[in-house]
Design a protein around this ligand. Sequence first.
Ligand code: NAD
Length: 329
Amino acid sequence: MRVVFFSAKPYDKKFFQELNQTYGYELYFLDVPLHADTAVLARGYDAVCIFVNDEANKAVIQQLADFNVQLLALRSAGYNHVDLAAAQQYSLPVVRVPAYSPYSVAEHTLALVLTLNRKTHRAYNRVREGNFSLTGLMGFDLHGKTVGLIGLGKIGFATARIFKGLGCRVLGYDVVKQPECEEIGLEFTDLATLYTQSDIISLHCPLTPDTYHLITDSSIAQMKRGVMLINTSRGALIDTPAVIEALKHEHIGYLGLDVYEEEGDLFFEDLSDKVIQDDVFTRLLAFPNVLITGHQAFFTQNAMHNIAEVTLQNITAFAQKEPLKNALF
Ligand code: NAD
């Protein structure tokens, strides 16, 4: 199998090349993202391997099928960037890595909550400059606070366990009621209750037509004043201008983001010498109570190892004509 990787970074290359010593595929790494103008680079390959900000829309899938690409392998769990109907239409199987480490994302969620609350980023800089003043660094005890989780899948549950361990009351909402809720003391509830009672709200559902802009004026209006909102899931779950208004009026007290609706033009690249043209993003950066990380919640050694391993297993299953257990249709 000849496999071409789009949006490949040095760390992708390292993990895949190490593991590929036991698989022996021909792997080619391109740092450009996949989109309509770059799809031509897939010509001559059997499989195309992509990440979260590559665009596998209908036009791209049609091109891949024309080049006789036989497999689209996602290095991610989320697949909102792939037109599955088009892939089905062009008989291009799509495989993903459904669970590479829910702990990586759940633990990053905790990192965002703790940093926003205890302001360790500000303390770090102050102390290095010899400023030991505590003014402006006051936080609150997480113990006893109510945390609301939207989406109770693998990551939602890993996050619930962490906050239960900290002594929080944990509320959860999902379109499917998960039987394990009671086992870990998670209160399954409706969205309205979760919005009105939570001190911290964290999003762990996928981006679908139903969850697009789930957080907007009407949902924010139901939340407690001063609420902490965390999104490590997908940027478009949040209507960013609505959140900016709520930050300006101090209805949202803290915002922690690992994802952003227009992140495709920004994240995973070093733009430190460039002028950022996205005024919505730069407005977010101007708030002292907003913390943004660049889609790094998944980025642990364990997760990277598992992504490489499961992707190579997916390719092997395809090459050996075995059932594709991680296929999306
Ligand atoms: P999962 O499939 O195990 O769980 C998702 C849960 O969301 C399911 O229980 C599903 O029923 C629920 N859900 C679906 N629609 C919903 C809705 N309208 N309202 C409430 N709940 C709904 O997925 P997971 O592994 O827990 O991952 C969750 C999401 O995290 C992924 O879809 C992806 O977008 C995101 N993610 C982000 C990173 C990162 O690095 N930031 C890494 C991995 C995953």
